[in-house]
Write a protein that binds this ligand. Structure first.
Ligand code: PLP
Length: 223
């Protein structure tokens, strides 16, 4: 196992104040998460519903679980019961399903709207134009148990730093447009989740305030 405690401490000391670290622990065993926990980490990100539930049962109750993977509507119940923030809302149907399930459980849950700006075609999410059309004050007012807290996105998987920077800029500017249009006085709408192990410094540079880092903390994943 890599030296997870050292990795976490190093990372935390290089992240600017005001930027939240989500430790992406998918595919890593509970003992690895405990190493990070013992170094003070409390926010963990998982991408599969079953794995999230199993780890949440086993690990300390003061962990804040974030769901970061593609979410199918049949897994919503499981995720809503455990997660405090879902980063990956990519359709109206999913948003409504999360709202209904949270209402049934009498639970409030935060969500981020996933943006697609990368050049890869397989990624999920709304384009900036789709999102700006979809989210209206009326939609926001219709949600019973969901708080829209911001946006999440990924940059293109390329070496070209300018391209990566441009993608992050699109995510930030879409956040600002949404804020002005629908959340001007909502202090809770404040999260720009972007940046992973290899590109988080660029993301933070471009306004990201929540980064999702896995490999640099836990090492390579074995799928
Ligand atoms: C796996 C994953 C990450 C973490 O990626 P690393 O390269 O391991 O830091 C971040 N965000 C999402 C959405 C992921 O699925």
């Amino acid at each position: 196992m890599p030296d997870i405690k050292t990795n976490i401490r190093r990372l935390r000391s290089s992240i600017p104040e005001g930027v939240e670290l989500v430790a992406v622990s998918k595919f890593h065993p509970a003992v690895a998460l405990m190493e990070a926990y013992d170094a003070g980490q409390r926010i963990f990100g998982e991408s599969r519903a079953t794995e999230l539930s199993a780890k949440a049962m086993e690990l300390p109750k003061d962990i804040e679980w974030h769901f970061i993977g593609h979410l199918q509507t049949n897994k919503v119940k499981k995720v809503v019961a455990t997660a405090s923030l879902i980063h990956s809302i990519d359709s109206e149907r999913l948003l409504r399903a999360v709202d209904d399930e949270a209402s049934k459980l009498g639970r409030r849950i935060g969500v981020l709207l996933q943006l697609h700006v990368a050049k890869e075609e397989t990624k999920f999410g709304f384009t900036p134009d789709e999102l700006l059309e979809f989210v209206t004050p009326k939609l926001v007012a219709s949600l019973k148990s969901v708080s829209i807290r911001g946006v999440m996105g990924m940059a293109s998987n390329v070496d070209d730093e300018e391209r990566i920077r441009e993608d992050f800029r699109k995510i930030s500017s879409t956040f600002r447009k949404l804020k002005t249009a629908c959340f001007p006085s909502d202090m809770g709408f404040s999260i720009i989740s972007m940046g992973m192990s290899h590109d988080w410094p660029i993301a933070v540079d471009e306004g990201g305030n929540m980064i999702r880092v896995g490999t640099s903390i836990f090492g390579e994943r074995e799928y």
